[in-house]
Design a protein around this ligand. Structure first.
Ligand code: ADP
Length: 483
């Protein structure tokens, strides 16, 4: 008999969220707490590690309060990936602020490691990019007085956000991570399923400071004070894949947030990936690893924010839908929102945004439409690079609330797009995983599905994507090599 509810902690980049679920996946409480972003230099992004923990606890308290203070049967943690924290094992104090996944400060160091690019890709499935954790850890060890020597003596702990949360919640009892988070560090060998001494040497990260790698559903200890049983950990994109129920090889989800991330379940063997597409751990259950292919679009909902905040053509992001629907096409313009370069499959940091084909007749409605077309076209390019046939695409994230975007995506895909009633697929994935970790469910077939009826958007018959694709293909090369 299970007593109590299930708490999903979703530690994101700009806010921490918490949802309380009943045994069947119904949401009975939710909380959210934003925290400060630090930008100490151009291209640098940091978080105060204490803020990560405090905001997460505040969100959890709000969610549990809304649920009526139930007993918590199990906690599942999902988190922003690649971000690193280094702290002192003796007193739990961070030696530096967290360096966030978006931070580009290690680009120069990685340039010097270019000769190892092939090996890194072969071992980890990742590319040599500042996005990943290893070089960020080394940066802290090099810049903080005495840190490297102390890390080598095993006095410091270095980990991704999940490890930091686990350590903080358990009062230093547990220093662990799960295989999905480990697979984003550039230090984890997809073949052996553990840290690689070879990669630790290349990136100059002492293995002595790294956490133990566990399965995604496992005993991660008990939270001090609250007594919460911590039973699942997985990275946010993997959690969304699991939350959508994408458990069969070929199942794909795309999350449309600030950026867009697509993951395709690749089954039990490591996938061969095309250039610009990553291989990663989808989850580990017991000793069995499920893999995924992953692609990233750097600017997705952020392009809509730009229309709102920089151009002021809408007051709210969701107004772009009605505005874009007020015209039947983009009036021949193409908007490439390559504000931060291009991601999958191009990985071109020198690309910059452009709006092409402007005439005296161009209106803000055309621009809004071109923006939504661009979001769909970027995701389409990413899915094409990832290969494979898709019978449907599962979607979530803030911009997935936009019906026109989903119609455009379905038209490009030539298959339905499925949006769950509960858009928080990420938190739902952590909840589902915690049911396995707490042994409430013994296998995947027993897990509850996302609650409510999903919205299924079939490809509209009146949208001609041939012309869209052609114009996009013409515009894209014009944005490259700019910066
Ligand atoms: P994140 O988790 O990355 O912060 P969210 O999943 O909360 O992002 O989604 C927020 C993003 O989605 C913002 O960039 C916002 O501009 C965009 N967005 C939200 N609602 C809509 C909408 N109806 N149409 C288009 N974009 C939207």
């Amino acid at each position: 008999m299970i007593v109590g509810m299930f708490l999903a902690l979703d530690q994101g980049t700009t806010s921490s969220r918490a949802l309380v679920f009943d045994r069947d996946g119904g949401v009975v409480g939710r909380g959210q707490c934003e925290f400060e972003q630090h930008f100490p230099a151009p291209g640098w992004v940091e978080h105060e590690p204490g803020d990560i923990v405090e905001s997460q606890l505040a969100a959890a308290r709000a969610a549990i309060g809304m649920a009526g203070q139930p007993a918590i049967a199990a906690v599942g943690i999902t988190n922003q990936r690649e971000t690193v924290v280094v702290w002192d094992r003796a007193n739990g104090r961070p030696v530096h602020r967290a360096i966030v996944w978006q931070d580009r400060r290690t680009a120069g160091v990685l340039g010097g490691l270019a000769e190892h690019g092939e090996l890194v890709r072969a071992r980890t499935g990742l590319s040599l990019d500042p996005y990943f954790s290893a070089a960020k850890i080394a940066w802290i060890l090099d810049r903080v007085d005495g840190a490297r020597a102390r890390a080598e003596r095993g006095e410091l702990a270095a980990g991704t956000v999940d490890s930091w949360l686990l350590w903080s919640l358990t009062g230093g009892e547990v220093f662990a991570t799960d295989a999905t988070n480990a697979s984003r560090t550039c230090l984890f060998d997809l073949g052996s399923g553990d840290w690689s001494d070879e990669l630790c040497a290349i990136f100059r990260v002492p293995r002595a400071c790294l956490p133990e790698v566990r399965a995604s559903a496992a005993d991660f200890g008990t939270a001090v004070g609250s007594g919460w049983p911590l039973r699942a950990v997985l990275g946010d994109q993997q959690s969304a894949l699991f939350g959508h129920g994408c458990i069969a090889a070929g199942d794909t989800k795309c999350t449309y947030g600030t950026g867009a991330f697509a993951l395709t379940n690749a089954g039990g063997t490591r996938p061969e990936t095309a250039p610009g597409v990553l291989a990663t751990v989808a989850w580990r259950l017991g000793d069995a690893t499920t893999f995924a292919q992953e692609g990233s679009v750097l600017v997705c909902g952020a392009a809509i924010q730009w229309l709102r905040d920089q151009l002021g053509i809408v007051q709210r992001a969701d107004e772009t839908e009605a505005l874009a629907r007020s015209v039947s096409d983009s009036g021949g313009i193409v908007f490439v929102p390559a504000f931060a370069g291009l991601g999958t499959p191009h990985w071109d940091p020198s690309a910059r945004g452009a709006i092409l084909g402007l005439t005296r007749g161009t209106t803000k409605a055309h621009l809004a439409r071109a923006a939504l077309e661009a979001l769909a076209l970027q995701v389409d390019d990413m899915l094409t690079a990832m290969g494979g046939e898709r019978a449907e695409l599962h979607v979530d994230g803030g911009a997935a609330g936009n019906g026109l975007l989903l119609e455009l995506q379905a038209a490009l895909l030539g298959a339905p797009v499925v949006r769950p009633a509960l858009l928080e697929a990420t938190a739902f994935g952590a909840f589902r995983m915690s049911l396995l970790g707490a042994e409430v469910c013994r296998d995947l077939a027993e897990l509850p599905a996302l609650p409510g009826d999903p919205t299924v958007v079939p490809p509209p018959s009146d949208l001609d994507v041939t012309e869209l694709r052609e114009r996009w293909a013409k515009a894209l090369p014009r944005t490259r090599g700019w910066a």
